[in-house]
Design a protein. Structure first.
Length: 364
């Protein structure tokens, strides 16, 4: 059943960085066995480029949510919704990175008025009095097809059943990104307030409850900030806020490289992430997918290796000081001639020389 109580808003995820899916699920690995495998599978199954101008990571976050793969005895969306409905919001902390990515993806999808349906194998007619206003505090997956809800695959034709017929205004159609695209799935954000319009007894154990979405007086969720991951899948380039005040801006940009691949080539990048621009217009790039940091001088056609490029190590265990694993950000201290790197996959911050460095120093 859907809890009817109003819960306090959720805080914390809005200040989290927007990171790739494999990093977003890392805090969940210890509590949800195998989630990194399903995250990888979701990313591999995504169309390239994804629909709706989403990045691959954004699209994959939706696909991971829609999967029915079992973690223990529950699907990921069931586990997440139980925590969202819980009074103990501390349980949500490991989910914040994923929640930031997932909500950003959903927010990029258009909101349209539509009629959607949701089915539950219970008689909930007495819990939804006509005229009452109720709240659904979790994410709610619905479909635009009432035939699917009534099919033997879902509710069937016998036993206690409730179909919610919902007029929604802010639902997000995720059919282009769902693991089960044929289900025509729409996700409704939490919390959503509804007015109960009618409750119809159809006989043979079936009740249809008509709901109409209304504007909530508060929101669990803050509007995500869309500045960290480029929306264009072909770019994958992100800009952090550390841009030197002498940087010269032009209305039309120049592409540093059109080549993207794994490997040591100096003119290629693979899933570039954070960047830093110094006084000389040299761009330092966290080449996330190649486990290295590159420096691209103004007007150059290839980059110079600054740090990493020697394999990845793994989660800080057994990794060497000459390795980086999925770096996501870089800051340059020109006065001391060092670069500071957020070595995300090895869960540390390292300092490297700006020039001719062969090893870094772990500082955090």
């Amino acid at each position: 059943t859907e809890p009817l109580e109003k819960l306090m808003p959720i805080d914390g995820y809005e200040d989290m960085p927007l990171v790739p899916l494999d990093i977003a699920v890392e805090p969940l690995v210890s509590s949800i066995s195998g989630i990194h495998i399903y995250a990888y599978s979701a990313k591999e199954r995504c169309k390239n480029p994804p629909a709706d101008d989403l990045t691959i990571d954004e699209s994959a976050s939706i696909m991971l949510y829609s999967m029915d793969s079992k973690f223990g005895n529950k699907s990921l969306h069931v586990i997440l919704n139980e925590i969202l409905k819980s009074a103990d919001k501390n349980k949500l902390e490991p989910w914040l990175l994923y929640l930031k990515l997932f909500l950003t993806a959903l927010s990029h999808l258009p909101s349209t008025r539509r009629q959607v349906y949701r089915g539950i194998k219970l008689d909930l007619s007495k819990e939804y009095p006509v005229g009452e206003t109720i709240v659904w505090p979790g994410f709610s997956s619905c479909t635009t097809s009432i035939n699917f809800v009534q099919s033997e695959l879902f509710l069937g034709s016998a036993g206690p059943r409730t179909i919610f017929s919902i007029t929604c205004y802010l639902g997000k159609y995720i059919g282009n990104h769902s693991y089960y695209s044929s289900e025509n799935e729409t996700v409704i954000f939490p919390p959503t307030q509804f007015k109960v319009i009618d409750c119809l007894n159809q006989g043979n154990g079936l009740h249809i409850i008509q709901l109409q979405e209304i504007q909530p007086c508060f929101s669990h969720l803050h509007a995500p900030v869309f500045s960290s991951i480029s929306k264009k899948p072909s770019s994958k380039l992100t800009f952090n806020s550390v841009v030197n005040h002498n940087t010269k801006w032009k209305q039309r940009g120049v592409t540093l490289t059109k080549h993207h691949s794994r490997g040591p080539k100096p003119d290629c990048l693979y899933l570039p992430y954070g960047v830093y621009v110094d006084d000389n217009q040299t761009i330092y790039i966290a080449d996330h997918g190649n486990n290295r940091v590159m420096a691209w001088k103004y007007g150059a056609t290839s980059g110079q290796l600054i740090a990493g490029g020697n394999g990845s190590g793994f989660n800080g265990s057994g990794c060497e000081t000459n390795q980086l694993n999925k770096p996501i950000n870089v800051v340059v201290d020109r006065r001391r001639n060092h670069v500071f790197i957020s070595d995300s996959g090895n869960m540390r911050v390292v300092r490297w020389p700006c020039e001719n460095g062969t090893n870094g120093e772990v500082i955090i």
